[in-house]
Design a binder for this molecule. Structure first.
Ligand code: DHB
Length: 303
């Protein structure tokens, strides 16, 4: 059984990856790779350092997490140094992720990060916890998504751009299509389901410092599957799928919906890094039983 999968003309050892933002330190990214993830996406960075939103920034509940981290990160200058070293030594492809609230900042981020040659650059068009000149998340609309990608495409040079989309829209297919037309090499979906809120009934107030946040974890999987299914019908470029995957069955399901890669993020927090190997061996077993030679043959099977 062949678990290897092609993305951007390079073979990954398997379709699983660590999505952006779940783990924020290099050691954690290394551990994800050692534990079997075929690739990793780093936390989104911004031009200037950000302190992040008031604590608590993450809260667990029965079916996953809500978070409003507010893009806590050391900013481009420091992050670029750290990423450069990690990209060189990592034993799997490393995808960078950038976030901005203006076209100008996106352009600077993309051209600076392209210099250190990550495997790809994820354009985070969908952070629910920070607003800018676009007001709500950029990927709420086709035209702002198109505009941002178009404006950075030359700055990326040969580095593929991946548009990370919000699920909190009606027409995600249209938005994905606009990203493809603007030159994106792949779509990443879904970001967190937002807004979401949990109230502490004894303190009589919302649990998160920022009150509202984005929902992740097993509870959002059916939303992710539906959105990925829709995107697959709308575009030809590959989809980096994610949202609530915790078992091998979920990964198979997500590929059948149309994902080329499958992100496993919140579930690493809930069940540990061993989850990558568990999912991989379950998928292998499934392929064998179903007489499917190559994992890539699962992509879009549910259509
Ligand atoms: C944050 C949350 C997100 O879902 C995202 O895409 C980017 C950033 C955050 O709060 O840091």
């Amino acid at each position: 059984m062949d678990l290897k999968i092609n993305l951007f003309n390079r073979k990954l050892k398997n379709p699983l990856f660590l999505p952006s933002g779940i783990i924020n330190d290099i050691a954690g990214h290394q551990l994800a790779i050692q534990s079997g993830a075929g690739s990793v996406v780093l936390k989104s960075i911004t031009l200037q350092p950000r302190e992040g939103n008031p604590i608590p920034r993450v809260a667990k509940y029965e079916y996953g997490f809500i978070n409003s981290v507010g893009l806590k990160n050391p900013g481009l200058k420091e992050a670029k140094k750290q990423m450069k070293i990690f990209i060189k030594q990592a034993k799997a492809p490393v995808i960078a992720s950038v976030f901005a609230v203006s076209i100008k900042d996106f352009q600077v981020l993309v051209s600076e990060i392209a210099e250190i040659k990550p495997y790809g650059i994820e354009l985070n068009l969908s952070c629910p916890n920070v607003e800018g000149e676009f007001g709500k998340a950029i990927s709420n609309k086709s035209d702002s998504s198109f505009q941002v990608i178009k404006s950075v495409i030359k700055k990326a040079g040969k580095v593929p751009l991946i548009a990370k989309l919000t699920p909190n829209v009606e027409e995600i297919g249209e938005i994905a299509k606009a990203c493809e037309q603007a030159g994106a090499s792949a779509i990443a979906a879904i970001n967190t389901v937002a807004p979401s809120m949990i109230i502490d009934i004894y303190k009589r107030k919302p649990i998160l410092g920022a009150k509202k946040g984005g929902l992740s974890g097993p509870g959002i999987r059916p939303v992710a599957i539906a959105k990925i299914y829709e995107i697959y019908e709308a575009v030809k470029i590959p989809i980096l799928g994610m949202g609530g995957v915790e078992k091998w069955q979920d990964a198979v399901e997500m590929m059948m919906a149309g994902a080329t890669l499958v992100g496993v993020g919140s579930s690493v927090y809930l069940r540990g890094y061993k989850i990558y190997k568990e999912i991989i061996s379950g998928m292998e077993e499934f392929l064998k039983k179903e007489h499917i030679k190559n994992v890539k043959n699962l992509i879009g099977l549910a259509h």
